[in-house]
Design a protein around this ligand. Structure first.
Ligand SMILES: [Zn+2]
Length: 253
């Protein structure tokens, strides 16, 4: 099993990061730690060097913060991506978030910044790890114009089934489902209607635990996978086999 999206570089893990990773190593094949800022990308790189062939880095810039940054700050992060091309498995998370960002001009700036990251993924043929919230169809309309992006993953997919069906027209586009599937009726409905062949598994740790008080961690990806198996009436082994195969293909790990 693979946790294809988490943030174990975050400060929530500062006191016991090695223990969390040890628990993950007991049950998982690999973890993709997704950078969310210039500083976070460096941390992710350091962590992946400490745990080679287990923690794989992706470098991104979180959409909820991107629109408040200057062009120089964005450029700095993008230069880092271009200078370290061989050192990360995907570009992300990057994307657009219409839930947290409501202001029209902020949304426009967020969209422009996202597109500039998409152009890098396209130019350098990097898989794209996407954060989209309340604007999945808009995001799809942007990325489908770029033909050289090898793979796209909509992380923690929470769009409509209609958009999911459009996503599934591309055999190199995937949706990852998080531990949220354990309790979200919306995510459960999506999982029932989307073939496991288009799925990856993730936790988005430290977020999306089963309760607000609890901190999520990569080893808990099992909980989500078990729920997916139950909802689709498949064995856990089959869900594991297919989602791990997809993740390995997308990230070339
Ligand atoms: Zn995330």
């Amino acid at each position: 099993m693979i946790d294809s999206h988490c943030h174990i570089d975050f400060e929530e893990f500062d006191t016991d990061r090695d223990d969390v990773i040890k628990r993950a190593q007991e049950v998982l094949e690999a973890v993709v730690d997704s950078g969310t800022s210039y500083d976070s990308n460096q941390m992710v790189l350091e962590l992946s060097a400490k745990y080679p062939n287990f923690i794989y880095p992706s470098f991104g810039y979180h959409p909820v913060a991107s629109h408040t940054k200057t062009d120089e700050e964005i450029k700095l992060a993008q230069n880092f991506l271009i200078e370290h091309l061989d050192e990360y498995v995907a570009l992300g998370e990057v994307g657009m978030d219409y839930y947290y960002v409501r202001d029209k001009s902020f949304r426009e700036r967020q969209g422009k910044i996202f597109t500039s990251f998409v152009e890098i993924a396209n130019e350098y043929k990097k898989p794209l790890l996407i954060h989209a919230r309340n604007c999945d169809n808009k995001v799809l309309n942007i990325i489908k114009e770029y033909d050289n992006i090898p793979y796209v993953v909509f992380h923690c997919y929470s769009g409509s089934l209609k958009t999911a069906k459009k996503i599934m027209k591309y055999d190199n586009y995937f949706m990852s489902f998080s531990t949220m599937v354990c309790y979200s009726k919306q995510h459960q409905e999506l999982v029932k209607n989307i073939p496991v062949e288009f799925m990856l598994t993730e936790t988005d740790s430290p977020y999306l635990a089963l309760s607000r008080e609890e901190r999520n961690e990569p080893a808990f990806v099992m909980r989500g996978a078990r729920k997916i198996a139950e909802l689709k009436e498949l064995s856990l082994e089959y869900v594991n086999e297919i989602t791990s195969y997809n993740a390995k293909k997308v990230f070339d790990i």
